[in-house]
Design a protein around this ligand. Structure first.
Ligand SMILES: Nc1nc2c(ncn2[C@@H]2O[C@H](COP(=O)(O)OP(=O)(O)OP(=O)(O)O)[C@@H](O)[C@H]2O)c(=O)[nH]1
Ligand SMILES: [Mg+2]
Length: 431
């Protein structure tokens, strides 16, 4: 239909299945011509209109829909775009998509719209990832994290780092160009100072990044400790559901049991474990081994003790959150971080707050680089800068260029096709 070699693409942008409305997006050079055949001509002025959509072959009415056109340069992709807001039945969207295909539009691959937005300079890579993260956000913290990326704050952070890098580079190059004879020694000193400054900033970002990854991917908290201290009772009280068997018999819990805790703005799974003790019972021994494995892989260990637990506490680590349970019985663990009672509920809110704070520092929730791709780029830049700090100016300049490349890969400025394909293929259809 057009001489352009760019396809006009379409996809269902809303979740497949039954709903009140379904939105199909169409983007590309033939958008207006296709929309005219389907819905009659209308201006691409970003206003909605009610139109009958007709099968171009038979003239049969397919739906009565709201249609809107976005002109080239003022749309999500940067191309001419149409959105068709249909009634939500599966058959409606299916019939309209058949009509679009018959009119020469191509079904879009996942992420194709965002890819076009990126290619047309509407979004950089971090912003595009923010779009995908926002579409996938299930918790408050995930939503905030996604908006930090989508809103350009992530890109602005990278730009500021890059500026510091360029300043360092200027000093290193001045040193190589003019050398000691003309300007005296130590020309490059401010360059090294910038490098150290940036290493500290990247370290801080990296520390937040791990916490932010837990926001995106969810965190696991293992509840461990000697038998019978009330680990299972504590989990039941924290999630307000009776999910774990509790009993006065030591060695009740055998399997590691998981419960999703809804108290936070991010996914958090509490793992109940078998009480840690030396045992002759082969089944309990397996449980103890599983408890230890769960504790090793957890993002946080909560070590529970109780007044009557005589088992030794040597498995406790200083990084554990130490909780003394059964406060209602009177005597409490004097060296514990928290004193609680699974029976009366005393201290549980404070414990939940502390767990949340240990998992996610507030800074990370406000925004941080969190995907494996981001963290690899930060690590790459950090490594180059660490080498620069030790190197003579000429080599330090080269390392700074490498660090700049790593940072550029974050926003997609270096055109590395496999990075782009990798990122966009993880998007959902219609994005
Ligand atoms: N008084 C009092 N009793 C508690 C409290 N928490 C748990 N218990 C009792 O302590 C006993 C053991 O509780 P569980 O929750 O099964 O203990 P556990 O640590 O999971 O034990 P194992 O699975 O055997 O390792 C039960 O009889 C509970 O009712 C508490 O806060 N106060
Ligand atoms: Mg138990």
């Amino acid at each position: 239909m057009s001489a352009s070699d760019i396809d006009t693409i379409f996809a269902l942008a809303t979740a497949p299945g039954r709903g009140a409305i379904a939105i199909i997006r169409v983007s590309g050079p033939d958008c207006a011509a296709i929309a005219e055949r389907l819905a009659g001509g209308f201006a691409f002025d970003r206003r909605m209109r009610l139109r009958a959509l007709r099968d171009p072959a038979t003239g049969e009415t397919l739906d009565s829909a709201l249609v809107v056109g976005f002109p080239e340069g003022a749309s999500f992709t940067g191309e001419a775009m149409t959105e068709l807001h249909l009634h939500g039945g599966r058959a409606v969207a299916a019939a309209v998509m058949r009509a679009l295909a018959a009119l020469g539009a191509q079904p879009a691959a996942p992420g194709a719209f965002s890819r076009r937005a990126f290619d047309n300079g509407r979004l950089d890579l971090l912003e595009a990832e923010g779009v995908a993260q926002l579409a996938a956000a299930e918790t408050e913290a995930q939503r905030r994290l996604a908006l930090w990326s989508l809103g350009g704050a992530a890109s602005a952070t990278v730009a500021a780092w890059r500026e510091t890098l360029v300043e360092a580079l200027v000093w290193f190059e001045a040193d190589s160009d003019f050398g000691e004879e003309e300007l005296g020694g130590g020309v490059a000193a401010p360059g090294y100072a910038r490098v150290r400054e940036l290493v500290a900033l990247l370290d801080a970002a990296r520390a937040k990044g791990d916490a932010a990854a837990r926001i995106r991917e969810g965190a696991r908290v293992a509840i461990i400790g000697p038998p019978n201290v009330g680990k299972s009772s504590l989990i039941n009280a924290l999630v307000k559901r009776d999910i774990a068997i509790t009993s006065p018999i030591a060695g009740t819990t055998r399997d590691a049991l998981e419960a999703r805790c809804e108290a936070f703005g991010f996914d958090l799974t509490l793992v109940d474990t078998a009480g840690l003790r030396v045992t002759d019972d082969p089944i309990e021994a397996v449980g103890v081994a599983r408890a230890q494995a769960a504790a090793e892989t957890a993002d946080l260990r909560v070590f529970v003790s109780s007044p009557e637990a005589t088992a030794d506490l040597t498995t406790r680590r200083s990084s554990d959150l130490h909780v003394a349970n059964k406060a209602d019985l009177g005597c409490i663990g004097e060296d514990a971080d928290f004193t609680v009672s699974a029976v009366t509920g005393e201290g549980l809110d404070a414990l939940l707050d502390a767990i949340g704070a240990r998992i996610v520092d507030a800074g990370a929730a406000q925004g941080a680089f969190s995907t494996a791709r981001h963290l690899a780029a930060l690590d790459g830049a950090r490594a180059a800068l660490a080498r620069a700090a030790q190197a003579p100016p000429e080599i330090a300049a080269e390392e700074c260029r490498l660090a700049a490349q790593a940072l550029d890969s974050l926003i997609g400025r270096v055109d590395v096709e496999h990075i782009l394909d990798g990122v966009f293929s993880t998007f959902c259809l219609g994005k």
